[in-house]
Design a protein around this ligand. Structure first.
Ligand code: HEM
Length: 401
């Protein structure tokens, strides 16, 4: 796999799977923003990478010439022709461009309004407390694997109306699709197929016996006056499951890692609970998990860079969030940061549809942890592990308390 080779030059050969980069990418981002804000690599089938806030803001608005038809960073199958073959990769609304994307997005937005999300808060509070009950007497736990990773699959399953006891299975599928699958197309396809088969059964069951859960509600919706097909609903569920699990799990796990390794921040937050709203936004800015891709549908000029038709481009949102032209002390957590226009949830027409849910989960998970475990520290810094690629975040954070 070409991601094993050491990087020769980050401006022309960047590698988002590099082990040192995965642990702490900020030195590379700082260097690239200065020296070469539009880096390139031949790895992953060829990809540009934007690291400056201003560039990310400008590029995301170049619609539809920079298309969303392959928002994943994974390499394309050699036989796939994304420029011609649009619907083969359908994951509505994230893989669509306007005009199709707009009504597709409208179908799911009602599930994620602040009011709709609040309905799932009691479930989330109980879940977090139950998880902590399971390990608090041991005096140690893995903040990512025993806690963060256990929360998000159950909340999204609860929301969609599917069996929450299958959470381990969902995690395995989603990691296969989003995390390990970025470097392994076969695994990605297999994981995608497994999730789709699962949802095909769920959809068939609700066609036979409708209930009031979200899948049943989606089945009643229409697009341009035509009822949604099963395939469309299955693909939407696939997106909601994959978008809703490892993203928020990364944000919760990485925040716990941050507070375990920054005792001053931890003590300050434990002592000043009024800081929670700005502290959560600061964790989202400083440790943003998601990068996202675009593909040029025509030749596109941006400053000194010419993207040729078919070129792929990675919008490095986490790097943009640490741009010193926009944020003071960008590599530090400023828990009461007032001006914080971070781009962790993306920008523009594809801005994260689930951001209210993600924020509610972060708030409940972190506040519940702090209420019950205000003092904690890493047991072994070398045992911390990170996921690389499309979604970067802590996967093991062993702590004692
Ligand atoms: C901290 C957690 C999360 C982060 C950082 C995050 C980040 C993002 C980003 C950057 C995008 C923009 C993609 C683009 O520009 O192409 C996006 C889109 C999206 N996210 Fe999230 N996300 C999070 C949690 C969630 C959750 C919990 C859900 C709900 C299941 C969700 C559902 C979606 C959907 C449906 C889209 C596509 C919107 C569209 O294309 O119109 N996300 N997310």
């Amino acid at each position: 796999m070409d991601d094993q080779k050491p990087v020769s030059d980050w401006t022309t050969d960047f590698n988002i799977f590099d082990a040192e980069y995965t642990k702490d990418p900020s030195p590379v981002w700082n260097d690239l923003r200065e020296r070469c804000p539009m880096a390139h690599t031949d790895r992953f089938g060829g990809m540009w990478m934007a690291t400056r806030y201003e560039d990310v803001q400008a590029l995301v608005r170049k619609v539809p010439e920079l298309s969303n038809r392959q928002p994943s960073l994974s390499p394309m199958r050699p036989e796939a022709d994304l420029l011609a073959d649009y619907h083969a990769h359908m994951l509505p609304p994230i893989s669509a461009d306007p005009p199709e994307q707009i009504p597709q997005r409208r179908l799911i937005l009602p599930f994620f309004t602040p009011k709709a999300v609040e309905l799932h808060r009691p479930f989330t509070v109980k879940l977090c407390n139950d998880l902590i009950d399971g390990f608090i007497d041991k005096g140690e736990a893995d903040g990512a694997a025993d806690y963060a990773q256990q929360i998000t699959p159950r909340v999204i399953a609860h929301m969609l109306g599917i069996d929450t006891t299958r959470a381990d299975q969902f995690v395995e599928w989603v990691r296969g699709f989003v995390e390990f699958g970025v470097a392994d197309i076969e695994l990605r396809s297999r994981s995608r197929r497994d999730i789709m088969n699962f949802f095909a059964e769920e959809v068939a069951a609700r066609r036979a016996r409708p209930s009031d859960d979200y899948i049943s509600q989606l089945l009643l919706k229409e697009l341009d006056g035509v009822p949604l097909t099963d395939a469309m609903v299955i693909n939407m569920c696939l997106l909601l499951l994959t978008a809703g699990i490892d993203t928020t799990w990364s944000s919760i796990g990485t925040s716990l890692w941050h507070f375990a390794t920054h005792p001053d921040d931890r003590r300050r937050l434990a002592g000043e609970p009024d800081l929670w709203p700005t502290a959560i936004e600061e964790m989202l800015r400083l440790h943003a998990p998601v990068s996202i891709a675009r593909i040029a549908m025509e030749d596109v000029e941006h400053d000194d860079t010419n993207f040729a038709r078919g070129d792929r481009l990675m919008l490095n949102l986490p790097a943009a969030n640490r741009d010193p032209d926009v944020f003071e002390c960008p590599d530090e957590a400023v828990l009461d940061r007032r001006k914080n226009r971070h781009v962790a949830f993306g920008i523009g027409i594809h801005r994260c549809a689930g951001s209210n849910l993600a924020r509610m989960e972060m708030e409940v998970a972190l506040q519940t942890w702090f209420e019950r475990i205000p003092e904690f520290e890493l047991t072994d810094p070398d045992a911390v592990t990170w996921a690389a690629g499309q979604v970067r975040g802590a996967r093991n954070v062993p702590v004692r308390f």
